[in-house]
Design a binder for this molecule. Structure first.
Ligand code: TXA
Ligand code: MG
Length: 354
């Protein structure tokens, strides 16, 4: 595949011709990247194992890492799953369409090539109008991982998709920047108590308010030993990682600032070009060759929205190391810190705690 067609769509005005073309390409086994409310997805026909195989090839993704099937309406769920437990019904009613993925026992219609051979399937009903139109036009459930090369930060802008996928896929629909910026919350409802497999915009607290305590997979909170297999196979890979060594400074913001300033001096003395991942509130404190702001601390949604863009931006700056502030006490800290710590390979410095 040599040419990737780029189409711009204003998310408030339907571009019928482009949507129909995307639908046709998908129905014929092609690959189309499109915006969702979380991150850009790389879509293929989720019931066609060969189309799914093309996704793995374009991303360079390990084939044991299953894909999420995207649907546009509740009735599209039933043919994909063996059963819809009460927990799934309650969660779907509360958070679909939206940034939540449910893992359920799969039906015979879903090929093993989409689920990495698992007997469960992950399903999500996105709320982004362009994503919904593309799924409807294709007329099949759409398997869509994040549209990045495996291991790189997920795309939150169409330009990120092109950086990784130009020449490898049939079409990119540019629907502007995504709203949330971090991938969906994944909840396994396939066996009794729901289990959180990946934190996201729908928080643990939001789910627990609705249905009481939820279990949390160990891979969510920290590094897991290499011999343990997390329930979401994707959680075991180093992800979202910039090229330079990233260290996250944990602790109260004032202590973090001081420790990063010290680390910057040390890096300078060693002849290293260092970057700082900070926020608009703290940027002026640092004297560093490269500074990138992940939004504003007093507006946590802006941190989530810009984190991946900032991680990608460091790759263009030829830095040797990146020192990052942490985001431990914000409403979205579960999802933000999960991605940031994974990007750092769990390399941390604890500041100002006795
Ligand atoms: O927000 C999102 O979820 C985005 C947009 C495009 O919808 N998609 C996304 O897909 O993040 P991906 O492939 O990058 O991440 C899917 C995650 C992986 O960690 C994978 O292991 C897990 O979902 N997963 C998929 N099927 C699963 C299953 N049957 N059981 C457990 N985990 C599963
Ligand atoms: Mg991904």
């Amino acid at each position: 595949m040599a040419i990737t067609k780029l189409v711009r769509i204003d998310k408030f005005h339907k571009n019928e011709a482009a949507i129909q073309e995307a639908g046709r390409l998908l129905a014929d086994g092609g690959l189309v990247a499109f915006p969702t409310e979380t991150v850009y997805g790389l879509g293929a026909n989720g019931l066609d194992a060969e189309a799914a195989a093309r996704i793995y090839a374009a991303k360079g993704r390990p084939s044991d890492n299953p894909l999420i099937l995207h649907i546009a309406a509740m009735e599209e769920l039933y043919p994909l799953v063996a059963e819809v437990p009460e927990t799934a019904r309650i969660l779907a009613e509360a958070f679909w369409p939206g940034p939540m993925t449910l893992v359920l026992k799969k039906s015979g219609r879903v090929p093993g090539g989409t689920t990495g051979g698992l007997d469960t399937v992950a399903v999500r009903m996105p709320s982004h109008p362009v994503a919904r139109q593309v799924i409807q036009a294709a007329g099949v459930p759409i398997a869509a991982p994040s549209a990045n090369t495996s291991g790189r930060p997920s795309p939150t802008k169409a330009i990120h998709v092109l950086e990784d996928m130009d020449g490898k896929i049939d079409m990119v629909i540019d629907g502007g920047d995504v709203g949330i910026g971090l991938e969906s919350t994944i909840i396994d409802v396939s066996e009794g108590t729901p289990v959180l497999l990946r934190p996201g915009y729908i928080t643990e607290e939001m789910v627990e308010q609705l249905m009481g305590p939820m279990a949390v997979d160990p891979a969510v909170k920290g590094q897991i030993p290499p011999d343990i297999r997390p329930k979401a196979p994707g959680m075991k890979y180093r992800h979202y990682a910039p090229k330079a060594e990233l260290t996250v400074f944990l602790g109260p913001p004032v202590a973090v600032c001081g420790a990063i300033e010290k680390a910057l001096l040390e890096a300078k003395a060693q002849g290293k070009r260092a970057g700082v991942l900070c926020t608009e509130e703290s940027e002026a404190f640092y004297q560093a060759p490269v500074k990138k702001c992940a939004g504003r601390r007093n507006e946590p949604e802006s941190v989530a929205r810009s984190l991946y863009d900032v991680l990608r931006a460091f790759d263009k700056e030829q830095v040797d190391c990146i020192f990052s502030e942490s985001f431990e006490d914000l409403p979205l800290s579960g999802a933000i810190m999960n991605r940031l710590l994974k990007a750092a390979g769990y390399r941390t410095v604890v500041c100002g705690r006795i």
